[in-house]
Ligand binder design. Structure first.
Ligand SMILES: C[S@@+](CC[C@H](N)C(=O)[O-])C[C@H]1O[C@@H](n2cnc3c(N)ncnc32)[C@H](O)[C@@H]1O
Length: 277
């Protein structure tokens, strides 16, 4: 992350801008801290990664999911990419990306736009996003897992778009940005594994700019087709036997102009929220 990028950050506790102090590497953050305007909150920056959440404030569900995600083998994502079409009886990862692209209305973005992935993980979505986005788009990614963020950085270190990606450690329940900071905000995976799904959704919408879109792609077994027992079993495996939160139970987040739900494949559905211009 560049020093100039810290202007977008806000203290997750006080909501105030943050002041950077530390060592820089060619205008990039290295090691130091970000301090709230009143000086009461100090957030470390370790090896270039701002750490804008406190362990004691993270919910039990999020801690448990992080424990699981940190221990999944590296081969987990590529294997899932191969297995999904088989499990779903069709529908590839490419189709899911296409659905995400459409739900995010990426074609309407101008140069210099800002896009944030909440729960960026190892950055599996960054390559196709960079291809789909206009040049000079600021691409931000945050996650609760330092392990995954470091893997994300390692994995994409040699790619030309590494300059475009800004990574930080934060909790989706307390997004460290001012209202309306991003033209597009999205999460791919599902809200059911967060401590408080309605709060996460409200946060995604809060930091979306006027006229922008917040999108969640979550797991949902297509209600239009009765699932054969092996398909239903594959879906349970994908969701680790825990039911997903139905989008309808989350209501309309404050500040949303429209909310649209769409089944995008046999196992996934999208929720697209537009902010009024
Ligand atoms: C299903 S994975 C999706 C990873 C990535 N988006 C992808 O599609 O490859 C969900 C991600 O959300 C992250 N996550 C879980 N709880 C979080 C929280 N409270 N705040 C931020 N990220 C969280 C996990 O660490 C994980 O990387």
């Amino acid at each position: 992350m560049r020093i100039a990028d810290t202007a977008l950050l806000r203290c997750p506790t006080t909501g105030s801008p943050l002041r950077w102090q530390g060592t820089n590497l060619e205008l990039m953050l290295a090691d130091g801290s970000l301090t709230s305007s009143d000086g009461s909150q100090v957030w470390p920056v370790v090896d270039g990664l701002p750490q804008l959440c406190r362990e004691a404030e993270v919910g039990a569900v999020d801690l448990r999911m992080r424990h699981i995600h940190d221990r999944l083998p590296r081969a987990h994502r590529p294997l899932l990419r191969l297995a999904l079409p088989l499990l779903q009886g069709g529908g590839s990862e490419g189709a899911l990306q296409q659905a995400t692209r459409e739900a995010l209305h990426l074609d309407h973005l101008g140069p210099g736009a800002r896009v944030l992935e909440v729960g960026v993980g190892e950055g599996g979505n960054l390559p196709w996003l960079v291809k789909a986005l206009p040049a000079e788009t600021e691409l931000w990614g945050l996650d609760l897992s330092e392990v995954l963020l470091r893997r994300c950085r390692e994995r994409w270190a040699s790619h030309p778009f590494r300059e475009q990606a800004r990574l930080l450690l934060a909790d989706a329940h307390r997004l460290p940005f001012a209202d309306g900071s991003f033209d597009r905000v999205f999460h791919l995976g599902g809200l059911g594994r967060f401590q408080d799904p309605a709060r996460v959704l409200a946060e995604l919408v809060r930091i979306t700019a006027p006229g922008g879109f917040a999108v969640v792609i979550g797991k949902r077994l297509d209600p239009r087709e009765p699932a054969a027992p092996p398909v239903a079993a594959a879906f349970r495996l994908l969701t680790l036997w825990e039911p997903e939160v139905p989008f309808s139970s989350l209501g309309t987040p404050p500040g949303a102009a429209s909310v649209e739900e769409q089944q995008v494949s046999r196992f996934f559905a999208s929720l697209t929220i537009r902010k009024p211009a």
